[in-house]
Design a protein around this ligand. Structure first.
Ligand code: SAH
Length: 266
């Protein structure tokens, strides 16, 4: 059967180096026995190593032509190919109540959205690994003080330990992407309760990084109760990139208390 012709709109860059595919598959070696959902298998270069490695694999692929290719070349995936858009998929109905891992050489145009979706299902997903553009991979793994530390770094690291594993060169893809790629692994960290109001935490992270050059005193003004005097905590003079996940949690509790006190006096 003919190979699939890469389509730019679907973020298709097919991996051609089998040793890289094998290394990506081995990021889930510790999870044999846990079902795996692969996003965007394309022609199955990574799928082959997952199946041969003994994993129980399902795949979700949006491209009809790739789906046809997989049906012909991977008879063992019979009934395990989900045709459609991962971002629109109801994961609970497809994967059932059991826990599962997520892996892929992801479509780079939607890589951040994929990780936001994984976060929504964090209690079902003990591990999520795979390849994405290096810049985003570095951002997800970055800690405080790094220029690339941002919203998704904090939100993801609140629930997952994120490791940047290795960098992959452009020339092992067809067609080569414009940027280098990075492989990461996110392992659920055991936190079941953040210890603060999660909605307020997300709002604070998003709002402060939305104006990352401003001090928190300025960027968070709209979230703080009107007319409130700030205490002399040094945190107000900091910028979001200086705060760890734990610092954001304390800040959330501080702001929640300020809001509570202000509501009580109204
Ligand atoms: N894993 C393959 C293909 C990587 S390219 C390899 O390593 O060679 C990214 C793949 O994701 C393509 O096959 C593309 O069709 C698929 N894809 C893109 N958007 C998707 C979406 N929203 N849901 C599921 N698959 C998607």
């Amino acid at each position: 059967m003919q190979k699939v012709k890469p389509k730019k709109a679907l973020g298709q860059h097919f991996l051609t180096d089998l040793s890289v595919a094998s290394r990506i598959a081995s990021t889930l070696d510790a999870y044999k026995g846990v079902p795996v959902l692969e996003i965007g298998p394309g022609m199955g270069v990574l799928t082959r190593f997952l199946i041969d490695g003994g994993h129980d694999v399902k795949v979700v692929e949006i491209d009809d032509e790739s789906v046809d290719y997989l049906k012909v070349n991977f008879p063992e995936l019979d009934g395990r190919i989900i045709e459609g858009d991962f971002l629109k998929m109801d994961l609970a109905s497809v994967m059932g109540a059991d826990k599962f891992c997520v892996i892929g050489n992801y479509p780079y145009n939607i890589s951040s959205q994929i990780f936001f979706k994984v976060l929504e299902y964090r209690d079902s997903i003990p591990c999520c690994s795979g390849m994405l553009q290096r810049e985003v991979a570095e951002r997800l793994a970055a800690g405080p003080g790094s220029k690339v530390y941002g919203i998704l770094s904090v939100l993801l690291q609140a629930w997952y330990d994120v490791e940047y594993l290795f960098t992959v060169d452009e020339n092992v893809f067809n067609p080569p992407p414009k940027v280098k790629s990075g492989v990461i692994r996110c392992t659920r960290n055991g936190v079941t309760d953040l210890g603060c109001d999660e909605r307020l935490f997300k709002l604070i992270v998003k709002t402060s990084f939305g104006q990352r050059r401003k001090t928190l005193r300025n960027s968070l003004r709209g979230i703080l109760p009107a007319g409130i005097e700030l205490d002399d905590d040094a945190v107000w003079k900091e910028r979001p990139e200086q705060l760890s996940v734990a610092d954001f949690i304390s800040l959330t509790n501080k702001i929640a208390a300020m809001r509570g006190a202000s509501a009580a006096t109204e």
